[in-house]
Design a protein around this ligand. Structure first.
Ligand code: SF4
Ligand code: SF4
Ligand code: SF4
Length: 314
């Protein structure tokens, strides 16, 4: 009998669902073993009845739940609580679900400040009053990772997560394992560039500044991006973005790691560790522009990003 799976997105962009499709040929081997009773973005099945005729959310019973996206509204909180009740194993898919993701950058401000900036005084579109529709779900106090609301059994980070790890985690479950995780190693551990443990010193350059490399030569001839003085979050980011092929995706493209896989292990403090890493090659970490946001870009949940206390008026 195929294993029933409920897949749902919360505060998400659909990139994680595209990663499921991106599994490609191995998905054809997996599909006979799985029965997706709900999979947002890919199959038209709804929790409130097909015509929205039900007033209570009905999540089908399943063995495995997969959720992408963090939690930004009371509706999403209710949704993930209902899914948790209906499944035996819950997988958090993608960096939004695992760590809050980019949307959790908004945690640097109070909700009221976000509304003020986004709705009432937006500088890039026409400003508007707050949405008046009572059907628009109320926000939670902050944007959280899924495990801040319900227990999560398996975490597959990445923005987007690599299809290899979705296959590996599902295969582990089908083989009777109840858990799966990526090994705790850093992006630097899988990076083939030249490292000399020193840089030219001074200020850290922003990540869009050009790197020095010869496009005719392999990565093993390119100097480490941090040692070139450009911020690369490889030292504090969990490895795995290139799937089983190893070499970090951004570095393959001769650009710095921005930290999308999140911290290497539970309890890590990437901002503090990254400042130490920059110092160790002679760079001044205080020169990183907007460093709190940049070094916590994908991990604003779990209290990593909170509103700063107002500065006293001068
Ligand atoms: S982790 Fe990335 S791809 Fe997945 S929902 Fe969040 S923003 Fe989209
Ligand atoms: S800092 Fe960046 S470029 Fe340098 S080794 Fe780590 S991942 Fe590679
Ligand atoms: S190099 Fe860093 S930012 Fe780029 S895909 Fe890998 S983990 Fe994500």
């Amino acid at each position: 009998m195929p294993v029933k799976v409920v897949e749902d997105w919360l505060n998400a962009c659909a990139g994680c669902e595209i990663s499921i499709l991106n599994i490609g040929d191995p998905l054809l081997d997996l599909l006979p073993l799985l029965e997706f009773v709900h999979i947002t973005a890919l199959v038209d099945h709804k929790f409130f009845g097909q015509l929205g005729e039900k007033t209570v959310m009905e999540v089908p019973e399943a063995v495995v739940g997969i959720v992408s996206g963090g939690i930004r509204s009371l509706e999403q909180k209710h949704e993930v609580e209902q899914i948790r009740k209906q499944v035996k194993v819950l997988i958090a898919l993608g960096s939004c679900a695992v760590n809050g993701g980019v949307p959790a950058q908004a945690n640097m401000w109070k909700n009221e400040e976000v509304f003020e900036k986004v709705f009432r005084h937006c500088s890039s579109t026409e400003s508007a009053p707050d949405p008046q529709d009572p059907n628009i779900p109320e926000w939670t106090p902050s944007c959280t990772a899924v495990d801040e609301v319900v227990a999560v059994d398996i975490k597959i980070p990445g923005c987007p997560p690599h299809p290899d790890w979705i296959v590996e985690a599902l295969t582990a479950l089908l083989n009777g394992q109840s858990s799966w995780s990526l090994p705790e190693r850093s992006v630097c551990d899988t990076c083939p560039v030249i490292r000399e443990q020193k840089s030219g010193g001074g200020a850290v350059k922003r990540c869009f500044e050009n790197l020095e490399f010869n496009p005719e030569e392999g990565l093993n001839k390119m100097r480490c991006i941090n040692e070139q003085g450009v911020l690369c979050l490889g030292p504090v980011t969990l490895a795995g973005c290139a799937g089983k092929s190893g070499v970090p995706r951004c570095v393959q493209a001769r650009t710095p790691c921005r930290g999308c896989f999140g911290p290497i292990r539970k309890g890590a403090r990437p901002l503090v560790d990254m400042m130490g890493s920059l110092t160790s090659v002679g760079l001044d970490p205080k020169t990183v522009v907007d460093r709190r946001a940049i070094m916590n870009r994908y991990i604003g949940g779990h209290g990593f990003l909170t509103p700063l206390p107002a500065r006293p008026a001068r």
